[in-house]
Design a protein around this ligand. Structure first.
Ligand SMILES: NC(=O)c1ccc[n+]([C@@H]2O[C@H](COP(=O)([O-])OP(=O)(O)OC[C@H]3O[C@@H](n4cnc5c(N)ncnc54)[C@H](O)[C@@H]3O)[C@@H](O)[C@H]2O)c1
Length: 260
């Protein structure tokens, strides 16, 4: 289902976590995948493990010249770019008074400006093909607010807005732009704050258990949503936010009410 044979997909932040799983999922569906990241050794290893058709490109999403090189190299080797997954991102956890301006700016630079540069870089190829799918990996923190993630939340709301505006601009060129709002990811992203979060483990568990579908969301589910949006199965879909969050943003759960 949702085959991607003969399609070329470029996935940023693919050296680990969600990006690596997205690259594997798209490759399993038949796509030739280009994994891009600043973590060169890790990214090359993931590409080698995927095998046939997978390539690695060293790419810092904040650098326009890196985008030009990665896109030129992909077009030179594979001839087209059908799918761009803007997945690379960085996190900062801290209340607003513990979020210095340079950190706030850095999150916007990687998480919002990065996808903007990536979108610009693939436009000419996708326009000449008359078809393309661009997927932003946003977050539930791009749909609702939460304490301690103001910079991250601003960047993830931003990328979602950028997706909607560009979906309007590019639909007539056959290019769709959508966002996946994930409620989970790889463990490495939150690892630097784990010690500080440990005292609140019980509350973190309650946060996840109060969903329509209690618990965490496996990264494979996020990759499956990207797979759908990358494929022709979603040809009528553009400008959406697809929450893969177990219903976290759908409503409230009140313990006991199911007995009424
Ligand atoms: N981890 C979570 O709990 C969580 C929750 C919701 C949404 N998400 C989103 O899922 C996506 C993937 O996150 P993850 O959990 O796999 O995190 P991760 O930290 O494991 O992976 C992010 C990847 O992006 C790369 N990266 C960072 N800066 C880069 C840059 N300037 N240029 C190129 N690559 C860069 C990193 O090297 C890394 O490989 C992100 O968009 C993230 O915001 C994650």
């Amino acid at each position: 289902m949702f085959r991607l044979d003969d399609r070329v997909a470029l996935v940023t932040g693919a050296a680990r976590g969600v990006g690596a799983t997205i690259a594997k999922t798209l490759a399993q569906a038949g796509a030739k995948v280009v994994l891009a990241d600043i973590l060169v050794a890790e990214g090359e290893k993931v590409a080698a493990a995927i095998g046939d058709g997978a390539r690695f490109e060293s790419l810092d999403v904040t650098k326009e010249e890196d985008w030009t090189r990665a896109v030129d190299s992909t077009l030179g080797a594979l001839g087209r770019i059908d799918v761009l997954v803007n997945n690379a991102a960085v996190l900062h956890m801290g209340c607003v008074e513990n979020t210095p301006p340079d950190v706030f700016r850095r999150l916007l630079e990687v998480n919002t400006v990065g996808p903007y540069l990536g979108t610009r870089a693939v436009l000419s190829a996708m326009k000449s093909q008359g078809k393309g799918s661009i997927v932003m990996i946003s977050s539930i923190d791009g749909l609702v607010g939460m304490n301690a993630v103001s910079a991250y939340s601003a960047s993830k709301f931003g990328v979602r807005g950028f997706a909607k505006a560009t979906a309007m601009e590019l639909g007539r060129s056959g290019i769709r732009v959508n966002s996946v709002c994930a409620a989970g990811g790889g463990p490495e992203m939150t690892a630097p704050w784990l010690d500080k979060m440990m005292p609140f483990l019980e509350h973190m568990q309650a946060y996840m258990d109060d969903r329509g579908i209690p618990g965490g969301v496996p990264v494979e589910q996020i990759a499956n949503a990207v797979h759908y949006l990358a494929s022709d199965a979603s040809d009528g879909v553009t400008g959406i936010d697809l929450p893969v969050d177990g219903g976290a943003t759908a409503g409230k759960w009140i313990e006991g009410f199911n007995t009424l």
